[in-house]
Design a protein around this ligand. Structure first.
Ligand code: 9MR
Length: 356
């Protein structure tokens, strides 16, 4: 462990001052070139917030997990707790305890929150998917259900969430709109609707479109740019572009990522890396860890080279709790800290990265 345990849900230490985005030149000068001691300090130096997905069970049960989370990160995303199946497992029965736990821990520790996610095709409650499938939920009713969901959830956390992933993964890998129950039953206009409903429920929260492979997949990039332009032409509120950033060292680093970010921020959007991790084929070797460190470092450099990139969030900070081994056979070790919460070379690389 890196530091003495602190009490559960501790208030932030003195280094937890809000690292609000500042003039990068100013903040860099202020650091006198010393390597930051942790990601909170790096956030202060760079003006980019470092975030992590939060596993609520670990947050509740593991003191060392809480210690590292609250020491290092100034932004958090609930890994699963805000998804539809989590917050409304039965129709009209809302279960907010897990989502609230993430928001409350964030409040106590000076962390901003990314809401994830309002509209997705995965992790929908069975009552909803079954009802649509068997026709007991009509298209008209489905639209109302979606509107109520967005309004209820955004209103509940109004003022407590900095940014919402309003729509997640709406474009397929071939650049076509993803065929989901939303597209099939409500038509493509549902995207504009949900952004408008979200804005109405919280006038100040940043509204994002979020996707994976957007770092390099040109078909996906082009379609997503077209969606953003179309929304803007219709005066639909959209504020941000989220790059999930699920990478693997067995693939080339997406070398054009900074330019891709700029294509979106040139449209006036802010950008965020929302779910960064860098997996590898096991076993772990020092060489693979060095490559992983290189990928994390390049990703942060890319974000830092784009002034409107405001957040760098990892999809879990420890290999103890990572989605990767459960999804990719024989792969893992994708995070900044190992299973015992020792920092890996990738963590140290981030600390050594400054604005280009
Ligand atoms: O990390 C999440 C994992 O625990 C869930 O089982 C999975 C279910 O689909 O979702 C994972 O998170 C995903 C995120 O919500 C959206 N982008 C891809 C993430 C990894 O699959």
């Amino acid at each position: 462990m890196l530091a003495a345990p602190v009490p559960a849900l501790a208030a932030p230490a003195s280094n937890a001052a809000d690292p609000a985005p500042a003039d990068p030149a100013q903040t860099d000068r202020g650091s006198h070139g010393r390597t930051p001691r942790d990601l909170r300090e790096l956030a202060h130096k760079t003006g980019v917030r470092f975030g992590s997905a939060v596993d609520v069970a670990a947050l509740r049960a593991e003191r060392d997990y809480r210690t590292v989370l609250n020491r290092e990160f100034t932004h958090v995303t609930a890994e699963n707790a805000m998804k539809w199946e989590s917050v409304e497992p039965q129709r009209g029965v809302f279960t907010w305890a897990d989502a609230d736990a993430v928001v409350e821990n964030a409040r106590r520790n000076g962390q901003k929150v990314r809401g994830h996610t309002l509209v997705w095709h995965n992790q929908l409650p069975a009552w909803l998917t079954t009802g649509v499938e068997n026709g007991t939920i009509s298209d008209t009713e489905l639209r109302k259900i979606l509107r109520d969901h967005v309004t209820t959830q955004v209103s509940r956390y109004r003022g407590k969430i900095r940014a919402w992933d309003v729509v997640n993964e709406v474009v397929d890998d071939d650049g076509a709109m993803r065929q989901t129950i939303w597209l099939t039953h409500l038509g493509p206009g549902y995207i504009a609707d949900v952004f408008r409903w979200a804005r109405k429920a919280d006038p100040h929260v940043k509204l994002y479109i979020n996707d994976y492979n957007l770092e390099w997949n040109t078909a996906k990039i082009d379609t997503t740019l077209a969606i953003v332009k179309d929304l803007q032409a219709k005066r639909v509120p959209i504020d941000g572009i989220g790059f999930q950033g699920h990478l693997g060292i067995q693939y080339d680093y997406p070398g054009d990522w900074a330019n891709v970010m700029r294509r979106f921020t040139d449209l006036g959007l802010e950008a965020a890396v929302t779910e960064m991790d860098v997996r590898m084929i096991l076993p772990v070797t020092p060489e693979k860890l060095a490559t992983q460190a290189d990928y994390y470092g390049r990703a942060l450099s890319d974000c830092l080279s784009v002034p409107a990139c405001r957040e760098f969030t990892v999809w879990g900070f420890t290999d103890r709790h990572s989605w990767v081994p459960g999804w990719f056979d024989g792969e893992g070790a994708a995070c900044l800290f190992d299973e015992s919460l020792a920092p890996k070379p990738a963590y140290r690389r981030l600390l050594a990265t400054s604005r280009p």
